[in-house]
Design a protein around this ligand. Structure first.
Ligand code: NAD
Length: 293
């Protein structure tokens, strides 16, 4: 059993903290929204009055916050967790943030810190089947691995500080592009008189196969569990995909790399979000593409 401080108990952090409690750990949590904190407390998380209090005395301190700004503030701001946490504690940020901020926060904290963003969404958080992509020192990774395994199925060490965020940003850029082109293929097939099922049967056994097709198929029918079968309720909201694609473009600019398909994917998801698709699953972009968007 470990003493764990957990800050940010929202859609992802709430079930992740719950799974740590279920695994027998003593979890002290904090969230700025009182109702969110109360929900976590009902699931066995001890409620702290501040992020610093959640961090104090913990062997592992974990954050699951919206974006880089909140991560920087929570760790380094006045009353921040870096100062409050024990010098020997393993510090882990599971939020999806930009690579530059992940590296800057780890450097400013001045102690071993891991960036450990996840894929698998809210369903993965609830079922403890997340994939963690982890950057930071090997020794801190080895200590954190059993704790992360209580929340996920795959825990992958990707390299030094920022490598977890780099892996996440590259993965999601590919995910967005394959989803868009898969949607385009279904829309084209509709116009060519080819059924959804026929195209699925061919592509899922051919070189057009992808996760976007076989797990998140953007039309109802071929994959019964995909969001298309429940009117595109997420799943993975388009607003979050637009956020992740923005992070990928920031990273590409900073690295001096051209990613034209990634840039186009960001432009399309931004347009989908502006047209009211923010809360829809990201596969719902097929509706915009059908409309000629
Ligand atoms: P969320 O908005 O539901 O949760 C974030 C929580 O952080 C909220 O409860 C909020 O009140 C709290 N918070 C904000 N600032 C705080 C502060 N200073 N101190 C304490 N608490 C604070 O978001 P989420 O869906 O849980 O996502 C969290 C992170 O995980 C994001 O970076 C997101 O990109 C990433 N992510 C989300 C998904 C998903 O499907 N939802 C999947 C993979 C990764």
């Amino acid at each position: 059993m470990a003493r764990i401080g957990f800050v940010g108990l929202g859609n992802m952090g709430g079930p992740m903290a719950r799974n740590l409690v279920r695994a027998g750990h003593a979890v002290t949590g904090f969230d700025i929204v009182p109702e969110t904190l109360a929900r976590a407390a009902a699931a066995g998380v001890a409620a702290a009055v501040s992020a610093a209090e959640a961090a104090r005395g913990a062997e592992f301190v974990i954050t699951m916050l919206p974006a880089g700004e909140q991560v920087r503030e929570a760790w380094l701001g006045a009353g921040g967790m870096a100062a409050a946490s024990d010098p020997g504690a393993v510090l882990v940020d599971c939020s999806t943030i930009d690579v530059a901020t992940a590296r800057a926060v780890a450097a400013a904290v001045g102690r071993p810190m891991l960036d450990a963003p996840v894929s698998g969404g809210v369903m993965g958080a609830e079922a403890a089947t997340l994939t963690f992509m982890v950057g930071g020192p090997a020794e801190a990774f080895a200590r954190a691995e059993p704790i992360l395994k209580a929340m996920g199925r795959n825990v992958l060490h990707c390299g030094e500080a920022g490598a977890g965020q780099a892996a996440k940003t590259c993965n999601n850029m590919v995910l967005a592009a394959t989803m868009i082109v898969t949607c385009e293929a279904f829309v084209l097939a509709e116009k060519l008189g080819l059924s959804h099922q026929a195209l699925f049967d061919v592509m899922s056994r051919s070189s057009g196969q992808s996760w976007s097709l076989t797990t998140y198929c953007p039309v109802p029918g071929p994959v019964p569990g995909s969001p298309a079968n429940r009117d595109y309720r997420p799943g993975f909201a388009a607003a979050l995909m637009a956020k992740d694609l923005g992070l990928a473009q920031e990273a590409a600019r900073a690295a001096g790399v051209e990613t034209p398909l990634g840039a186009q994917a960001l432009a399309l998801y931004r347009r989908f979000v502006e047209q009211g698709g923010a809360e829809a699953d990201f596969s719902g972009i097929i509706r915009m593409l059908r409309g000629g968007g």
